[in-house]
Write a protein that binds this ligand. Sequence first.
Ligand code: C5P
Length: 221
Amino acid sequence: RPVPVLAIDGPSASGKGTVAARVAETLGWHYLDSGSLYRLVALAAMRAGVAFDDEAGVAALAAGLPARFEGGRVLLGEGADRDVTDEIRSEACSVGASKVAVLPAVRAALLDRQRDYRAAPGLVAEGRDMGSVIFPDAGLKVFLTASAEARAERRHKQLIEKGLAANMENLLKDLQERDARDAARPVAPLVKLPDAALLDTTQRDVDEAVAFVLDLVGRGG
Ligand code: C5P
């Protein structure tokens, strides 16, 4: 029997990261935050002075990306010596990630790395193309979304709580631009698959969303 995969896809700031991590913890399954790989590639490109549209240059960085995930931290560098957990969440890395993610050679370079996460007893994988490209045979697929306004509001609250400057109008605009780039690209666009369960969290909190997903898993899809 193949190792079970729960694929959770959806737009930026939909809460899928929080939900996926909590579901993985509850089930005792492995967890893949695929967006962090694209964020790491964007950061590596910025550091190396490689332009986001230099497909061969960025793909080479993606193929040799020296990154490790350890105890909730993201470490970069040959000796995994730089903790970039917060840096990859910056606006620059968010925008950069969505730009390098349109390049087919970059996506191809990250393919095996993502599939390697599939290990017993199971995997919760979260991103844009988990159910469509990386794990098309996943037994459970969820499309987790919320209105753009609700997502921008959540992001706004997070930034304010961290003591960072935030502007609702700009956040909403950036989010809609990223959504458009993710949905319009020819390779692995963000789509709601016909076999994915729809979970709209505009009116639901994290606990309700986690309960919804765990209930699906319990019923075997
Ligand atoms: O999920 P997160 O917001 O961290 O992803 C950052 C960016 O990486 C997304 O806007 C998207 O362009 C890209 N991405 C992707 N495919 C994935 C995960 C993320 O293209 N599976």
